[in-house]
Design a protein. Structure first.
Length: 400
């Protein structure tokens, strides 16, 4: 059943449609009457007026019929940060947590300048000193400590004052998330266009050489997509070994170094830009797609008992950080007059849905059914506490 708001909206649309139809009919009538003899000045004027009314009516109908040409979805991603070690802590089963930790570990291990910035100006300062050289263990869940001690939780936000600068690790984090989004887009497009046999005249594969500006602006993308023969980490790993045959799409060494081939299959006239840090735009003649990453040092709060019971970390030692990710796109009005070719653009909706399912923290909690699990754990904990409080009594002698 339609809601009242929808009914009233459709009522307004119906009234507008009737009025536009009347104006359209009047314009056609005026133009037809004036076209009988165009030599007379008044008749030519009537033709112009009638044609203008028809054009305005058609434009209005187009605007009303396709008023919803803008779509946007914003969701929150979450990661855990250990201020003592300047390390990310994994959340088991949460793809964003794993992919982010793996990528951060890769760039810090391979680039000493990135490591220096990450430690000198961390996401959250710690008074416990600078950590030692990185290892893969830094990104594994830490063991729970101080069980049973009283704990406190502070919710804070890192605000950059006007004219001030954010820590150098923040842009590095933002660029890493941009890379993860582009990597996910690459995989999604590759799978989507695998089913198309004859798209050569409509589709183009954009590679690393096609986006030099983006590579200059995103250091993480530039590093992780650089050919393996130009990177010392892979030269050492491949020393004495034969490089895999065929076209190399990705590679991971035992030290954690990552190679990922940049490849986006898109409509031919697509332009890829990065107008500002944290924002990537893909625009062509039909659609403008914007991918935005927002990180301002915000802390978030995970559900009750999640960190202690699921991640097995101490609430006092771990910071819970929030990242806002927005996917939005606009369908250009004039492109709606085109009848064919829309199958090369339908990937936009499925990509937005897939990206949210993999990166949204709330989607992850829903997937593991945390509400039910948490309620069950609380009930069991309460029953155990009541059992410990009750006196231990032996079997009673039955009365005769």
């Amino acid at each position: 059943m339609l809601g009242l708001e929808n009914i009233l909206t459709r009522r307004g649309d119906f009234i507008q449609l009737v009025l536009v139809a009347a104006v359209l009919a009047f314009g056609v009538n005026v133009a037809a009457g004036g076209a009988v003899d165009l030599t007379a000045a008044p008749r030519a004027f009537f033709v112009i007026i009638g044609a203008s009314l028809v054009a305005v009516s058609i434009a209005w109908l187009l605007a009303v019929s396709f008023r919803e040409r803008h779509f946007t979805t914003t969701f929150e991603a979450c990661f855990l940060f250990d201020p003592k070690d300047h390390a990310l802590v994994l959340i088991d089963g949460y793809e964003f947590s794993y992919d982010l930790a793996r990528a951060i570990h890769a760039i810090l291990s391979e680039n000493k300048a990135f490591r220096r910035d990450w430690d000198a100006e961390p996401l959250e300062p710690s008074s416990r000193g600078v950590p030692e050289s990185p290892s893969a263990d830094e990104f594994r869940p830490k063991a729970k400590k101080h069980a049973g001690h009283m704990q406190f939780l502070a919710i804070t936000r890192l605000d950059v004052e006007e004219g001030g600068e954010e820590p150098k690790s923040a842009p590095l984090l933002r660029e890493t998330i941009e890379y993860l989004i582009l990597e996910e887009l690459s995989l999604h497009l590759s799978g989507y266009f695998d089913d198309f046999a004859d798209f050569g005249s409509y589709i183009r594969t954009y590679e690393r050489k096609d986006i030099p500006t983006l590579l200059l602006e995103n250091r993480v993308l530039s590093l992780l997509t650089k050919p393996v023969e130009e990177r010392a980490a892979f030269i050492r790993a491949l020393s004495g070994n034969k490089q895999p045959e065929g076209e190399l799409h990705s590679m991971l060494t035992s030290s954690g170094a990552i190679y990922s081939r940049f490849q986006l299959t898109l409509p031919k006239d697509t332009v890829i830009t990065r107008p500002e840090p944290g924002k990537i735009i893909l625009e062509n003649s039909r659609i403008k797609l914007s991918l935005t990453v927002e990180y301002g040092g915000w802390n978030t709060v995970a559900p009750n008992n999640f960190l202690e019971s699921y991640v097995k970390v101490d609430l006092m030692e771990i910071s819970q950080k929030q990242v806002n990710i927005t996917v939005e796109y606009d369908v250009k009005a004039l492109s709606l007059l085109r009848r064919s070719g829309w199958e090369y653009y339908k990937w936009v909706d499925s990509f937005a849905s897939e990206l949210e399912s993999k990166m949204s923290f709330s989607h992850f909690l829903h997937r593991i059914n945390w509400d039910s699990v948490s309620a069950l754990m609380a009930m069991l904990k309460k029953e155990q506490a009541e059992t410990r409080r009750s006196p231990q009594e032996g079997p009673r002698e039955q009365s005769k």
